[in-house]
Design a protein around this ligand. Structure first.
Ligand code: HEC
Length: 125
């Protein structure tokens, strides 16, 4: 008798544990459009922030106004500079890089996100 109750109890605990464990976190698509009723500019900035957080902060500071461990501060980057850095390497003509070197990889798959990154990196605080 005791064994059976114990078994049921164990199953109950296991079930509760399972349910708690499968709380699905709401998906946060790196590239999905989640604008809803927001105004388009705010949505673009928000999306750029997500892309930045997902791809850039390994080297750049989570706050783009500050220098990162590897990459420099990049707040205020122009569209031209972002395109050069992400798609081709190098810099726009005549641009004086903040840090020398070629440590930054290319991000060709982020081409559709450059506008969003630009909006985020130039958004008023
Ligand atoms: C692996 C590390 C790394 C990652 C990831 C990275 N960067 Fe960089 N970034 C650098 C480094 C290092 C530099 C300095 C120049 C160089 O060495 O290429 C740089 C320079 C830059 C510059 C030029 C700054 C200036 O004005 O001179 C921009 C803009 C930039 N990164 C944007 C980005 C963006 C946007 C992302 C994310 C999509 C990103 N970087 C991801 C390492 C990285």
């Amino acid at each position: 008798m005791f064994d059976r109750r114990f078994l049921i109890f164990t199953m109950f605990v296991a079930t509760v544990g399972l349910c708690a464990g499968c709380r699905c976190s709401p998906s946060t698509p790196a590239t999905g459009v989640t604008a809803g009723a927001e105004d388009p500019k705010a949505a673009l900035i928000k999306r750029g922030k997500t892309v930045y957080a997902g791809n850039c902060i390994a080297c750049h500071n989570p706050d783009p106004k500050l220098a990162g461990s590897v990459g420099p501060d990049i707040y205020g980057s122009s569209l031209e500079l972002l395109r050069a850095r992400l798609l081709k390497g190098g810099y726009p003509e005549g641009y004086q890089p903040k840090r020398p070197g070629a440590g930054m990889p290319l991000f060709p798959h982020l081409e559709p996100e450059i506008d969003a990154l630009h909006a985020y990196l130039n958004a008023a605080p």
